[in-house]
Ligand binder design. Structure first.
Ligand code: NAD
Ligand code: DAU
Length: 332
């Protein structure tokens, strides 16, 4: 039985991945998570205690990480500071968790010769113009815009260097915008759903025309597992599901699903340095690893997500007021 260590497994994508891993494999799983504002015990509640244990700790704690990596066969690395707006307010935790944390894990997997998968983002490639027909591929040059995306880019480059210089057995995946259950209310889709559920209006940055390439988190999980099982060591795979939509289109869909008029939103102050558009060409992972996304009906996926937030108010409501206070202070 494989022993998997999942960093950031009490956050949005990490916890969905742990559920996927438990259903698709016989792995025993240790979650290593600092339980920052973005991760919580409630997110991993209900997981089979015979197969899952949760360790609260920092991926930049070298002795904790060394002991855990020594006792596992695989490390799947999701833990990170992940919100662009937060990185504009205070970049320090992003440098700590995303760069120093990844470095700390790499030193441990190097020492113990452990298989490592690094979960990253399409934001390392910067952005595209709205009318640009091209999409990101594995060959696109790195050009990150924000403190968040630059620290993720740095972490990817560390992984590549540890592969080449030290023979670490690592792979990397760079995925587009995820949506689905357990996403923090600071992020775009949960923020708008929970705004409406709290009697507020959705808030669109700038002109609302920025485009994101949405993928259901379950498809991200199956892609990460495909790379772990069939990916080539040292290689990078882009993950996306052809889900390009403007932010304003997403808000209109959500308003319809929540029985509100489609014009019932506010345009607010734009994000500084706001990336215009992301778009992923996922042909490599599809042709080489045989992965395909299953949740390609975005409207159906959003309808399920709206229902999930309606049913899980006890999960999201405790964090909502503090998030809105921060946004309010920024005029957003
Ligand atoms: P999240 O913010 O919901 O969860 C991050 C988790 O990491 C939290 O549980 C947090 O407590 C934990 N964490 C943060 N710093 C830590 C530290 N120093 N030590 C241990 N744990 C720490 O993030 P998410 O959206 O689930 O993203 C997970 C990963 O996927 C990140 O690496 C992110 O860059 C990547 N990613 C996210 C998206 C997306 O759309 N959200 C898309 C592509 C890639
Ligand atoms: O592309 C992958 C990335 O997607 C991940 O690496 C990041 O961790 C994840 O947070 C996400 O980054 P974005 O900045 O694209 O996501 P966010 O949910 O913050 O915003 C999505 C879009 O919606 C973006 O264009 C900003 C806009 N937005 C966001 C919020 C919170 C609004 O218009 N209004 C809002 O209230």
């Amino acid at each position: 039985m494989r022993r998997s260590l999942v960093t950031g497994g009490a956050g949005f994508i990490g916890s969905n991945f742990v559920r996927h891993l438990l259903s698709m494999t016989d792995d025993s799983v240790t979650v290593l998570d600092k339980l920052t504002y973005a991760g919580s015990q409630a997110t991993v509640e209900g997981l089979d205690p015979r197969r899952v244990s949760v360790v609260r700790g920092d991926i930049a704690d070298a002795s904790l990480v060394d002991g855990l990596v020594r006792d596992h066969d695989l490390v799947v690395h999701f833990a990170a500071e992940t919100h662009n707006d937060n990185s504009l307010r205070d970049p320090a935790p992003f440098v700590h968790s995303n760069i120093v944390g990844t470095y700390t894990l790499l030193e441990a997997v190097r020492k113990h010769e452990t298989r490592f998968h690094h979960v990253s983002t399409d934001e390392v490639y910067g952005d595209l113009e709205l009318d640009d027909p091209s999409r990101f591929t594995e060959k696109t040059a790195y050009n990150p815009s924000s403190p968040y995306s630059s620290t993720k880019a740095a972490s990817d480059l560390l992984v590549r260097a540890w592969v080449r210089s030290f023979g670490v057995r690592a792979t990397i995946s760079n995925c587009s915008n995820n949506y689905g259950p357990y996403q923090h209310v600071e992020k775009f889709i949960p923020r708008q759903i929970t705004n409406v559920l709290s009697g507020r209006r959705p808030r669109l940055y700038g002109d609302g025309q920025n485009v994101r390439d949405w993928i259901h988190t379950e498809d991200h999980s199956s892609a990460v597992l495909a790379v772990i099982e069939r990916g080539e060591i040292g290689e990078t795979y882009l993950v996306g599901a052809d889900g390009e939509r403007s932010n304003i289109d997403i808000v209109r869909i959500l308003l319809r699903l929540l029985d509100q008029p489609e014009t019932s939103f506010d345009l607010v102050r734009d994000r500084v340095g706001h990336d215009r558009r992301y778009a992923i060409d996922s042909s490599r992972i599809q042709s080489e690893l045989g992965w395909t996304p299953r949740f390609v009906d975005l409207e159906a996926g959003l309808a399920d997500t709206v229902e999930w937030y309606k049913d899980h108010a006890a999960w999201w409501r405790p964090g909502k007021a503090s998030v809105e206070a921060l946004y309010g202070a920024a005029g957003q």
